[in-house]
Design a binder for this molecule. Structure first.
Ligand SMILES: [Zn+2]
Length: 380
């Protein structure tokens, strides 16, 4: 009796050691392996390039198969309603992420309108702070009486050139959203197998000195993202410039993608031949406005896209662009792209830019030509 009990105890001990060893091996090697593997697609991923024209701007909504929502940019001031209506249409009640690719008015102009109207979990931007500096109070001399508080100044008619940024920052601060700086290589799991990876900007940030061949440094420091979902992939270029693309090409990055959201509304200073050669996109989505004065999209960019047999979609001619995919290459519809309307003009014809007025004072350099025409205030 005694002997058999001892034998049984021994077997249990061996079993326990084996289990512990197996558990440790799984924890050490199995778990990281499982984690490194991209999750399998579970349903439909949606990407909506919203129509925030006609002056120009970007606003792109991603909804993952599990309903995680990401809004990339929010168009120019006054476009909040268009964006909020779209969110309602796609049953987005809360934004898990708002990503501001770069601080230009055509990308974050209406961010305050959106952020103050809907709950936002995390705001991600490139960390460039364009806040209008606040006057610092002059230090009091010893024994001096503090000056009486001056009467509040009348609202200055001349708004700070960076008022759009102050409004954005204010809205983010008030929203209670988490604020993160985009870090290259960082991945955001959107659930259901969809993953967003930050590709740019990377240090050192571009300065005016880097832009002598054209383009604009604020654009060049745009957040560039990669969206993966099963076999499907897409690049979202913000307003990246040729310099951004060259830097990305110099890194060990997987840039091959089925679809690309073209950089900088189709500017001639981006979407280089070398970059397209590496990405090999089958479809190119261009977010641009019919009234833009910068010559977007530029004819050479459209020609380059034609040269690689890419399908082109443009918000200025076709309105909102919607992409849906189940992420499975072998399915009947690997991915589908639809537009709000049919193009009435030739999709392969670019727009002419207006006179370069970038030497004008108060000009915000968008990279090509001057700022968009001022809109007349709506009559009441
Ligand atoms: Zn832009």
């Amino acid at each position: 009796m005694k002997r058999s009990t001892r034998g049984c105890g021994c077997a249990i001990a061996v079993l326990l050691v084996l289990l512990a060893g197996g558990g440790f091996a799984f924890w050490k090697w199995g778990r990281p392996w499982l984690r490194a593997r991209p999750p399998k697609p579970t349903g439909e991923l949606q990407v909506h390039v919203l129509d925030v024209g006609p002056t120009e701007g970007d606003s792109i909504l991603i909804v993952s198969p599990t309903g995680t929502s990401v809004l990339i940019d929010a168009g120019d001031a006054g476009k909040g309603k268009v964006i909020l209506d779209a969110l309602k249409r796609y049953k987005v009640e809360k934004l898990d992420y708002f990503i501001a690719t770069h601080p230009h008015p055509d990308h974050i102009g209406a961010a305050d309108e959106v952020i103050s109207a809907i709950k936002v979990g995390t705001v991600i931007d490139n960390g460039v702070d364009l806040s209008t500096p606040k006057p610092s109070p002059t230090p009091l001399k010893k024994g001096a009486k503090p000056a009486p508080t001056p009467a509040p100044a009348k609202k200055s008619k001349v708004q700070s050139i960076n008022a759009f940024f102050d409004e954005y920052k204010d809205a983010v601060d008030k929203s209670g959203a988490r604020h993160e700086k985009a870090e290259p290589g960082k991945k955001y799991d959107l659930g259901g197998g969809a993953i967003v990876t930050v590709l740019a900007p990377s240090d050192p940030f571009f300065t005016k000195d880097h832009m002598k061949t054209g383009g604009n440094e604020t654009n060049a420091n745009s957040i560039v993202l990669r969206l993966d979902y099963g076999d499907f992939s897409m690049l979202l270029m913000g307003d990246a410039e040729d310099q951004t693309e060259t830097r990305l090409l110099g890194k060990e990055l997987n840039l091959k993608a089925n679809v690309i959201k073209i950089a900088h509304h189709g500017s001639k200073y981006a979407t280089s031949e070398n970059f397209l050669k590496r990405v090999q996109p089958e479809a190119a989505l261009i977010s641009d406005g019919a009234w833009n004065r910068y010559g977007h999209p530029a004819q050479p960019v459209l020609d380059r896209l034609k040269g690689i047999n890419a399908k082109v979609y443009r918000t200025d001619l076709q309105g909102e662009i919607t992409l849906t995919t189940h992420g499975k290459l072998d399915s009947a519809k690997f991915y589908e792209i639809t537009t709000a309307k049919e193009a009435k003009e030739d999709i392969w014809t670019g727009r002419e830019g207006m006179k370069d007025d970038s030497s004008r004072s108060g000009f915000i350099a968008y990279g090509d030509f001057g700022p968009p025409p001022k809109q007349k205030p709506a009559r009441k």
